[in-house]
Design a protein around this ligand. Structure first.
Ligand code: LLP
Length: 425
């Protein structure tokens, strides 16, 4: 196995058994089976608090990016801590309502919002729409007018910066679909009075995800602040400044900036500003608060390569297939099993169904369990039913208590709503 120590926070070995807080992973697996996602309540809370503490001098509105993990128990945990939500769909809005989030802490971003979604968000009285184009702005104005309401709007500007991260999760350049170029955005702000039902009073940026250094954030924030300064010189008042999410975490041997170090660099830039800061962390809060457990089925050796085949697939956790993402793999029970170099693969009929390439892994016995670490963000939420596989279960642990917070999908769930028409019978 690898030589570095992965900071697995509230997932630690006790007497050779991996535990989440006070609960043995093996005892969860015995009752719930695999594959299963397990979340630590304590890690979720602590990571939220790290951001809140680091930025407390400006008391930001911390909108957890629900896309990272929208399990209701996870959301409720964060609501109890005072979190708001960054949402991107009508479904996420409904989840925010279901966990009784403070709607005055909900920001709604997305490059494409339907009329129904806009109406639902206006009805729910969310804090602000993060708008990503002029046609979208016009549509929100039209709908707000029809509903006789005034809504707050931040323009998501595209600062045209390259974030050093995987191309598929980099969003801040003009080659990407996100945000509005500065010239167009400035034009909209100067013309803001022609939108009678909008208060266009916010600036939003989000340059990408899993960014481990402060520098690219600072470049983007400085660009956005210069943009705000120019607007203020023209009499436009900015009340909300949303710096998005994107703070990276440790998957392997990264050394990401801490919340504190990030705050130390960002806060001086905001000195004397009158606007309210909004942040949208997702991965930073949930990423290392969750693991994903799978069962080793068996290994096979084709003479060229060894493959360890597990009962989970890319439909359960797509990050390695989609982004080449690295997830550390450790056994549930420390064993004397020899370490082998192999590809850890799922059962799906795709060559991309690989969790790890040429990885040193403990060759645990068939039927024993392996854990993929740092799977709390963009794990379950990106799962699919490919190959008619039900999505896995989700469990949350708090101290020595634990509960299934999402049942494993059954075949009945999978065919609910499906039918064969008379003319095919
Ligand atoms: N705000 C906006 C507008 C976003 O689009 C995102 C993420 C966030 C906040 C939260 O970013 P975070 O703090 O989690 O980095 N599926 C990919 C990540 C996609 C990120 C999408 N947007 C992955 O598994 O790496």
């Amino acid at each position: 196995m690898s030589t570095y120590r992965h900071p697995i926070h509230d997932f630690q070995y006790k007497a050779g058994e991996l535990c989440c807080e006070g609960v043995k992973v093996s005892s969860i697996v015995k009752k719930v089976g695999t594959p299963v996602y397990i979340y630590s309540h304590k890690t979720l809370v602590e990571h939220f608090q790290k951001i809140r503490e680091a930025f407390k001098s400006v008391s930001p509105i911390i909108c957890f990016a629900m896309k990272a993990n929208s399990n209701l128990a996870v959301l409720k945990t964060l609501v109890h801590e005072g979190a708001g939500f960054d949402i991107v769909s009508g479904g996420e809005l409904k989840k925010a309502l279901l966990v009784k989030a403070d709607m005055k802490k909900v920001a709604y971003a997305s490059v494409g919002k339907t009329d129904e979604e806009i109406m639902a968000a206006i009805r729910a009285e969310i804090l602000i729409f993060n708008v990503e184009s002029k046609p979208e702005l016009k549509n929100i104005e039209r709908i707000a007018a029809k509903m006789k309401r005034t809504v707050q709007v931040a323009l998501r500007i595209n600062p045209d910066v390259q974030a050093p991260t995987h191309d598929k999760i980099s969003t801040g350049s003009l080659k990407k679909k996100f945000g509005i170029d500065l010239k167009t955005a400035r034009g909209i702000f100067l013309d803001r009075r022609s939108y009678n039902h909008l208060r266009i009073n916010g600036v939003h940026i989000h340059i990408g995800s899993q960014i481990t250094e402060s520098a690219p954030f600072l470049v983007a924030i400085k660009k956005a602040l210069a943009f705000v300064d120019a607007l203020e010189r023209d009499g436009v008042k900015i009340e909300y400044f949303d710096i998005g999410g994107g703070m990276g975490i440790v998957y392997k041997d990264e050394a990401p900036q801490t919340a504190e170090a990030y705050a130390r660099k960002v806060l001086p830039l905001l000195k004397g500003r009158k606007f309210r800061l909004i942040m949208e962390p997702g991965r930073f809060i949930a990423g290392n608060a969750g693991v994903f457990v799978t069962k080793k089925l068996y290994t096979k050796d084709n003479g060229v390569k060894k493959f360890m085949i597990v009962d989970a697939g890319m439909n359960d956790l797509v990050r390695p297939s989609m982004y080449g993402a690295y997830h550390e793999i450790v056994p549930v029970k420390k064993s004397k099993a020899k370490v082998i170099v192999c590809d850890v693969v799922g059962p799906i009929c795709e060559s991309a169904d690989v969790f790890a390439h040429d990885r040193k892994v403990a060759d645990v016995k068939d039927g024993e369990f392996l854990v993929l670490l740092s799977a709390g963000a963009y794990g379950y939420v990106m799962a699919s039913n490919y190959n008619v596989r039900g999505r896995s279960a989700e469990v949350i642990v708090k101290g020595d208590q634990w509960a299934v917070v999402q049942q494993r999908e059954t075949f009945k769930d999978l065919i609910a709503g499906a039918s064969i028409p008379e003319f095919l019978k």
